[in-house]
Design a protein around this ligand. Structure first.
Ligand code: ADP
Ligand code: MG
Length: 290
């Protein structure tokens, strides 16, 4: 084993925007059984946009969007930004007592009335009935949309469907990893239906959905407990514990500083195919060492 080969390997990586933090990371990257990708921003562009608004009977889509935007004013979640962007031309009322409901949505009061918005789990927890929108919600999820449910006075008033396109190289990266004998999983706080559809499109057969931000590292641990060596690719603050827990954590893109600090490998570009490059580079370097 020559330190020189490691230096050459890491140097070659750096010229492609791939930074191995140490020799152990380079070696561990040759042995991965499974690589978990965070969905939003890693496999997808992370630029969600509103593509559909469905109002309950007797409601107007504008009202749904207006109330949702009022609440989302208090949020920095990518889904909130998509809703605010769509509501740009509307006169959005002011909301009070905003509360972020981590991994589920948010709530606030508009003209003294509680407005809840977020995923199905939040609606169930708040005992808000889906009424006549159940089928539409399932249909939208089946099409790969993230569905934001909007409830006013304890009643569901509509759905906002949001799309986030896959990154152009995601499909090829996943198929190449499979070719190399590495399993690929998708990890997301998004719901199962939406996640499955996106995964299907990308050729991913292992889906870990409805995962709360605090549980991402736990999912990595569970796979490790099965004897698997696990790589984790993510970009967000809430991915940091999972990046640390993984045998090799890959921080991708101009992600957060926290993610970059927690990772073993930093991929400077937001290109999922760079994970393939990193694995290939590690294997080529280790071959030179033996
Ligand atoms: P991820 O980043 O993996 O999608 P999050 O934990 O950020 O996961 O969010 C999980 C789910 O909670 C989202 O898919 C969405 O349905 C809901 N959610 C969270 N925050 C908001 C928000 N501000 N507005 C609407 N929905 C939200
Ligand atoms: Mg997130």
């Amino acid at each position: 084993a020559t330190p020189m080969a490691v230096m050459v390997g890491t140097g070659l990586g750096a010229s492609h925007g791939t930074l191995f933090k140490n020799a152990a990371a380079l070696e561990d990257a040759t042995k991965l059984d499974i690589i978990i990708f965070d969905k939003t921003g890693t496999l997808t562009m992370g630029e969600p946009r509103v593509v559909d608004i469905v109002a309950s009977t007797g409601r107007m889509p504008e009202q749904v969007l207006m109330l949702a935007a009022a609440v989302e004013h208090g949020s920095e979640h990518p889904l909130a930004l998509a809703i605010l962007d769509k509501a740009d031309a509307l006169k959005v009322p002011e909301a009070k007592n905003f509360l972020n409901l981590d991994g589920k949505g948010a709530r606030a009061e508009v003209n003294g009335v509680a407005v809840f918005l977020g995923n199905r789990r939040l609606m169930d927890e708040e005992s808000i009935s889906m009424d006549d929108l159940e089928d539409r919600a399932e249909e939208l999820k089946g099409a790969g949309r993230t569905v934001v449910h909007v409830a006013h006075k304890g009643v569901l008033i509509g759905l906002i469907a949001i799309a986030d396109a896959p990154r152009p190289t995601a499909l090829a990266a996943i198929s190449k990893l499979h070719e190399k004998g590495i399993d690929v999983a998708m990890l997301t706080g998004d719901n199962e239906g939406t996640a499955r559809r996106v995964a299907e499109e990308l050729g991913i057969d292992i889906v870990l959905a409805d995962v709360l931000p605090g549980q991402k590292a736990e999912k990595v641990k569970e796979l490790q407990a099965q004897g698997k060596r696990v790589g984790m690719v993510g970009d967000g603050i809430n991915d940091a514990p999972a990046l640390t827990q993984a045998d090799v954590g890959f921080a991708i893109g101009a992600g957060t500083d926290v993610a970059m600090e927690s990772a073993d490998v930093v991929l400077m570009r937001s290109d999922p195919y760079d994970v393939v490059g990193a694995v290939e580079l590690s294997r080529a370097t280790l071959r030179k060492m033996h």
